[in-house]
Design a protein around this ligand. Structure first.
Ligand code: 6R9
Length: 659
């Protein structure tokens, strides 16, 4: 492996330990962390047995913990039986928390509605009874295409109660993407709403379902259950469409759960891979729920009085694990938010934290960066104007958080009191994998710190040999863990070749590059395909982005490589400034300034060869920058690749000037 440029030099402070936090934390101090991690390393079976027995309610106890005989198709707790919804709802009715608020729903227009655990349980039971009465249950699949709502959480839980495997499709996906998923997963049932409300606008959903089902193979869907959210006009087919309120009508508020084997597929969630066709990531019931609950308790240090807010949509894995399943299993009170961070203004998040006295706030770097930019443009919406004193913990997920955004978040939102947990994980891992324990782990901005107890993560070369500190390589997980992906729906081969390539001898390949430092901390360098090789040096695109974003003029940056005859690859930077995109001489001047800055922060080798300015970067609907498209722009090629997941396809046109 060629030499690696060590960066993240922009911020070298270590934050914590946070003594006050540690004093009351579930896992307090590094000794407790190490004790758990050691227990898990020395006796994995015993450790997972203890966790699964103490954290979950089993209808039929399991006898065997892990079966590796058909690796990499691992099974966990396989002969045990349980019901996921019983573990998320019924348990709280029996332990005196029936009247505790489960969900605080805040609508786009600010209206608030709360439900207790007893009320949520009743709602889930009525919906489940309604679905059962229609003749659906265990072994069937349902597609959910819903706005953020109490109903979305309740329908997911109702599916779980019946053993009906759900597949949630984010409401921002097109009819084409929806169709692809309906057909791939073989859904007999679709749940949707007439429309969703975001940023004061109505976005139709039912019409997209109608369109999706009109395409070839869409007729496998027998029923569409429609939640009346907006009251908008929709097309209705009496033979196929039913209202959610009609299927609930008259149903009892108790519903006997369908007990399923621990390996029963709780859900399939589609995620984009390196090729065009999305992968249906299949998760289990027992192992998945165990890790969802454990990580909620460990990483968010969940306490009975917490008000937890994960800003993700249930269309993504973060919403599955840290809204629908983990947080409810842990018995938290949590916020469900329908709207967007910038409506009616960029103070919405801070105002909601103040209004609901949120104690734990979990969001994505892209949201943080856009709110930094907004608060600079209009200081009225800066977090300092809000009472954020209820907060005790902050979290980040979805992409590497650049140290500058980390420190801004820590200082301005957490008021330098709250630990920031930067959580690395994936749709495939089911829950957090690399993350600090806020009462124990000292924090380094930009690092997701250390593996959680029970996780055996490492950085290796292409042959699976572990690399020394400072060397960039492949992030792998060497031992199976309970919430790992079980299959790519309907494609055994893709599961094996994508995640367990033979060169790595049974290790799980995450698809991210990473390096560890002398303290064993992990630094994610970006997806495997983001790493550039310039003159024999391995450069993480993320590192250069991070340096650029730390510059006072820059709001967001994306780095890609373009082939170069002499240096292998050349660094190309797509940059959005805090001001409008410059042109001509001004652009040239700023470009040179930024090059010098990168040379200073990262090293002359990392200086962008080309700089292209725009007013926004191309992103997926989940907010990830689409580097594969930028790579084509960087190379001057036509965009003939699939742009269906792009939020705004016109965004690529703006980057014509090269400076
Ligand atoms: C949970 C989620 C997974 C990919 C993953 C990585 C990136 C997520 C990160 C992070 C650096 C973090 N990623 N969290 N990179 N630091 N804290 O986002 O799942 O949508 O499947 O994305 O996101 O590249 O491989 P998913």
């Amino acid at each position: 492996m060629s030499s690696t440029i060590n960066t993240m030099l922009v911020e070298e402070r270590v934050f914590g330990p946070f003594d006050e936090f540690a004093a009351n934390a579930r896992i307090s101090g590094m000794e407790q962390y190490r004790a758990l991690a050691d227990e898990a390393n020395q006796d994995p079976e015993g450790f997972w047995r203890r966790m699964a027995e103490s954290e979950l309610v089993w209808h039929k106890p399991f006898t065997k913990v892990l079966d590796e005989s058909n690796a990499p198709f691992y099974t966990w707790f396989e002969d045990g039986e349980l019901n996921v919804s019983e573990n998320c709802l019924d348990v709280h009715l029996q332990n005196g928390n029936a009247d505790k608020v489960a969900l605080i729903f805040e609508a786009d227009d600010g209206k608030v509605e709360t439900v207790t655990y007893r009320q949520l349980h009743a709602r889930v039971c009525r919906i489940a009874n309604g679905i059962r009465a229609m003749g659906y249950g265990k072994g069937d699949r349902a597609i959910l295409y819903l706005p953020m709502s109490i109903e979305a959480v309740a329908i997911m839980q109702a599916c779980a109660r019946l053993g009906l495997t759900h597949s949630v499709v984010f409401g921002g996906f097109s009819a084409r993407s929806l169709h692809q998923r309906v057909v791939d997963v073989g859904a007999r049932l679709v749940f949707t709403a007439d429309a969703q409300l975001r940023g004061g606008r109505q976005i139709p959903l039912k019409s997209a379902v109608d369109e999706a089902l009109s395409y070839e193979g869409g007729d496998i869907v027998e029923k569409i259950v429609v939640y009346k959210r907006a009251g908008s006009d929709i097309t209705w087919n009496d033979d196929r469409d039913v209202w959610l309120h009609d299927i609930e009508e008259g149903q009892p508020e108790e519903c006997t759960p369908e007990y399923v084997g621990a390996e029963h597929p709780l859900f399939v969630l589609y995620t984009s891979g390196s090729t065009g066709k999305p992968k249906g990531v299949q998760h289990s019931s027992g192992g998945y729920l165990l890790w969802a609950k454990l990580t909620t308790n460990w990483v968010f240090d969940a306490k009975p009085d917490d008000i937890f807010w994960c800003t993700a949509d249930v269309g993504w894995v973060t919403g599955h694990t840290y809204i629908t399943y983990g947080s409810l299993a842990a018995g938290l009170t949590q916020i469900v938010f329908e709207g967007i961070p910038t409506y009616p203004n960029a103070g919405r998040f801070w105002e909601m934290i103040q209004r609901h006295k949120v104690t734990i706030f979990y969001t994505a770097p892209t949201a943080i960066r856009s709110l930094i930019k907004a608060s600079e443009q209009n200081p009225d919406h800066h977090p300092r104007h809000y009472d954020l004193s209820s907060l005790r913990l902050l979290g980040s997920v979805g992409e590497p958080i650049n140290p500058e955004a980390w420190v801004w978040y820590f200082e301005n939102v957490g008021r330098s009191r709250c630990p920031v947990v930067d959580t690395w994980w994936q749709t495939e891992t089911g829950g957090h994998i690399l993350a600090p324990l806020p009462g124990a782990t000292p924090l380094k901005p930009g690092s997701c710190t250390l593996p959680l107890p029970g996780v055996d993560a490492a950085v290796v070369d292409e042959s699976g040999n572990e690399l020394p500190p400072g060397a960039g390589g492949l992030l792998v997980i060497r031992r199976p863990w309970p919430s790992m992906i079980r299959a790519v729906w309907g494609d055994e081969n893709r599961y094996k070749t994508s995640y367990f390539p033979s060169e790595l001898k049974g290790m799980y390949l995450a698809g991210d590059n990473a390096q560890r430092d002398e303290d064993g901390y992990f630094w994610i360098l970006g997806r495997t395909d983001d790493v550039l090789s310039v003159s024999g040096h391995r450069l993480g695109g993320t590192e250069i982005e991070s340096a650029l974003v730390a510059h006072e003029l820059v709001a967001e940056a994306a780095i890609v490589g373009r082939p170069d005859a002499t240096t292998g690859e050349a660094v190309v930077a797509f940059i959005m400034l805090k001001q409008a995109a410059p042109t001509g001489e001004e652009a040239q001047k700023i470009a040179n300034q930024l090059r010098d800055w990168v040379a200073q922060q990262v090293g002359p080798i990392a200086k962008p060869r080309d700089i292209r300015f725009g007013n926004s970067l191309p992103k997926t609907r989940s907010g990830k920058i689409m580097r594969r498209l930028l790579r084509l722009v960087a190379e001057g090629r036509d965009i003939d690749q699939d742009t269906s997941t792009l939020e705004n396809p016109d965004v690529l046109k703006q980057f014509s000037g090269v400076y």
